[in-house]
Design a protein around this ligand. Structure first.
Ligand code: S3P
Length: 171
């Protein structure tokens, strides 16, 4: 774990993975990798909703796994995952390979507040279904986390500083 240069952010939709990854990567001098962007690129379609609409969730998950596999040996990178990446343990095998997994934890109320525009999230169209997913996934995020960061009410800058100092303490 020490000296890791592959940082993997996991957490539910709206937990702040993309925002924190974009803030953290330059602080560490690492590249930023957005898994959802890579999935969209691999699909040849314009967006995540378009992938779900044209081909369904199973197709999206297959692309997500291909992308996760392609990141097995990547280094000097902060990876922002999609919220459902943890539903396939093989994905986590690829991502955890010489990587440090940081779980960005937030309450359901916070993720609802942060998400705002739900149109880009096919699995957040119905809030009671989203709450079930949240409840189902919480123990899975916890089981894969090397480090858990509570994000409720904490600014991006403060979270970034907290993660940088956590990493320094691990070294
Ligand atoms: C998903 C989360 C999304 C995206 C897709 C599926 C999920 O990413 O990968 O819509 O299953 O939770 P974000 O967590 O960045 O919203």
């Amino acid at each position: 774990m020490a000296q890791t240069s592959k940082i993997v952010l996991i957490g539910f939709m709206g937990s702040g993975k993309s925002t924190i990854a974009a803030s953290l990567a330059p602080k560490l001098g690492f590249d930023l990798c957005e898994m959802d962007t890579r999935i969209v690129e691999a699909s040849g379609l314009p967006s995540i909703p378009a992938i779900f609409q044209e081909h369904g969730e199973a197709y999206f998950r297959a692309l997500e796994s291909q992308v996760a596999k392609s990141l097995t040996n990547i280094r000097h990178v902060v990876i922002s995952t999609g919220g459902g990446v943890i539903t396939n343990s093989e994905n986590m095998g690829y991502l955890k390979h010489e990587g440090l997994v940081i779980y960005l934890k937030a309450t359901f109320a916070t993720v609802c507040e942060r998400i705002g525009d739900i149109s880009t999230r096919p699995l957040f169209q119905d809030s009671s279904r989203a709450l079930s997913l949240f409840t189902e996934r919480t123990p899975i995020y916890e089981s894969f986390a090397d480090v858990t960061i509570e994000t409720d009410g904490v600014s991006t800058d403060a979270l970034t500083r907290q993660i940088v100092s956590t990493l320094e303490n691990l070294r």
